[in-house]
Ligand binder design. Structure first.
Ligand SMILES: *Cc1c(COP(=O)(O)O)cnc(C)c1O
Length: 221
């Protein structure tokens, strides 16, 4: 089932859209089933779960971190994580830079913006975030800011979700044409999950993060 779901979703995605298979709460056997189809990009949202899976699963998996990240946990994932979608403070970005430097790596990062009308979701509100204009940001050589990420409100109201994705696309465009104009690596818009990835793609997503549509419903935690 997992392999078929994955194939069906991949066939729906526009060629420019990358799929992050969200494997949080899923067993290593389930992840292996997706891996066997040739898929390599997986997303997790908890540090202990990610480090345990990383140790046991193949080394060529590109692990994306998609959940809220505390600075004191960065050190556990910096040696191997491929992309962190959830940058919501300068403090966090600086810590990732420091730990990436110790590991002699450069880590891809996405700036998370708060686009939902739920206060529980994380992310920057101001565009551009203040810290971008500081020399302290220019000094970070071990992080590569390559785009934005956002989560729409959890609602059946499609037009609201669409408006929120439009807002994230507009934030991306402002940054792309402004602060990041000379940085071609700034090109990703991570938006869209199982319930809303079709809308997200219509609104310009370049990366969708999908779990339930591939593995089935998650058990409530
Ligand atoms: C869980 C999660 C997803 C995937 O959710 P599904 O509805 O299972 O596709 C995507 N993004 C983030 C940040 C998540 O935490």
């Amino acid at each position: 089932m997992i392999a078929e779901n994955l194939k069906r979703i991949l066939s729906e995605l526009a060629p420019v859209v990358k799929l992050v298979v969200v494997s949080k709460t899923r067993s290593e056997a389930e992840i292996s089933e997706a891996y066997e189809t040739g898929h390599r990009i997986f997303g997790e949202n908890r540090v202990p779960e990610l480090t345990a899976k990383q140790e046991n699963l193949p080394d060529d998996i590109k692990w994306h971190f998609i959940g809220h990240l505390q600075t004191n946990k960065v050190k556990y994932i910096a040696p191997f994580v491929s992309c962190i979608h959830s940058i919501d403070s300068f403090k966090l970005l600086k810590e990732i830079n420091k730990r990436a430097r110790s590991a002699d790596r450069v880590i891809d990062c996405l700036l998370q913006f708060h686009i939902a009308d739920e206060s529980a979701k994380f992310g920057f509100e101001e565009v551009p975030p203040e810290f971008l204009k500081t020399s302290a940001f220019e000094e970070l050589k071990n992080v590569r800011v390559c785009g934005v990420m956002g989560m729409a409100t959890f609602t059946d109201n499609e037009s609201q979700v669409r408006e929120e994705f439009k807002a994230l696309k507009s934030i991306f465009d402002q940054l792309k044409n402004g602060f990041f104009a000379a940085r071609p690596e700034f090109r990703e818009i991570s938006m869209g999950m199982s319930g809303d990835y079709r809308i997200a793609m219509e609104e310009g997503s370049t990366m969708v993060r999908i779990g339930s549509d591939i593995f089935g419903p998650r058990e409530a935690l």
